[in-house]
Unconditional design. Structure first.
Length: 249
């Protein structure tokens, strides 16, 4: 196995901030907050697909309460498959999702600002792969939010299969010339920080508390819904609602 510490010393002068995260479908605002903070955002879809998670679904707020938008995938019998190996089980899902979104948000203040390109996304999807669908939706919502972070795939990097979870992340960080790695808070349970410290790479964890509320109809405020809710309700002001989350080093 290659020496990750040696590679880090060669590339640390590039001084980049990066994140490596599994792709989600129509993620919530915290996901885009993380994306906006880094120079490169890697979709880590070589890891195992997790059922009943955010990979193939997210929530919107409707007049009758929270509603899941779920992409049906062929998970039966594929319990150890990676995210990038998951295929759509029923191609009708895209039009159904668009119709639900339109019905729910048609009267939102900024629905028409984003409706045409979002409808085009759903009507022109021609891939059965969940990972590609997620990547396409992320890029579209980044365009709406004015986020210009480079989005790449873990497949773009060479990682020794014998590495453990921490070493895989470190190896990709080194190949990107990262000085800072930004992670979600759940990684604190398994990430070996000493390995990053030896490589000269700082770890920062997102703190998803402190986001301001925005005008949101239908009862009490709900932070954990898809970012399309934020976009339809606040339009060009959406970015200001991504800027109160905090990071801890």
């Amino acid at each position: 196995m290659s020496n990750p510490i040696h590679i880090a010393r060669q590339s640390a002068t590039m001084n980049r901030t990066v994140a490596i995260v599994q792709s989600n479908y129509l993620p919530w605002k915290g996901y885009f907050d993380l994306m906006a903070r880094v120079d490169e955002f890697v979709l880590y879809d070589s890891v195992q697909y997790t059922r009943r998670d955010w990979r193939n679904r997210n929530r919107i707020k409707t007049p009758t309460g929270l509603r899941w938008l779920s992409i049906p995938v062929k998970s039966k019998g594929h319990y150890t498959a990676s995210i990038r190996d998951m295929r759509v089980a029923d191609s009708r899902w895209a039009l159904q999702h668009w119709q639900t979104i339109r019905h729910t948000y048609a009267k939102a203040p900024y629905f028409l600002d984003y409706a045409e390109p979002l409808e085009a996304f759903y009507r022109t999807l021609d891939t059965p792969w969940l990972s590609e669908i997620n990547a396409g939706s992320l890029r579209l919502l980044c365009t709406f939010l004015g986020i210009h972070t480079s989005i790449t795939s873990c497949a773009d990097y060479v990682v020794d299969p014998g590495c453990d979870a921490t070493e895989r992340l470190l190896c990709m960080c080194q190949q990107m010339g990262a000085q800072t790695y930004v992670s979600g808070p759940s990684a604190q349970a398994y990430l070996r920080t000493d390995v990053f410290e030896q490589a000269g790479i700082e770890i920062q964890y997102m703190d998803y508390s402190g986001y301001p509320q925005y005008p949101q109809p239908y009862g009490g405020f709900e932070h954990h819904v898809s970012a399309i809710d934020l976009l339809f309700q606040t339009g060009p002001q959406a970015r200001q609602y991504l800027q109160c989350g905090r990071r801890d080093g």
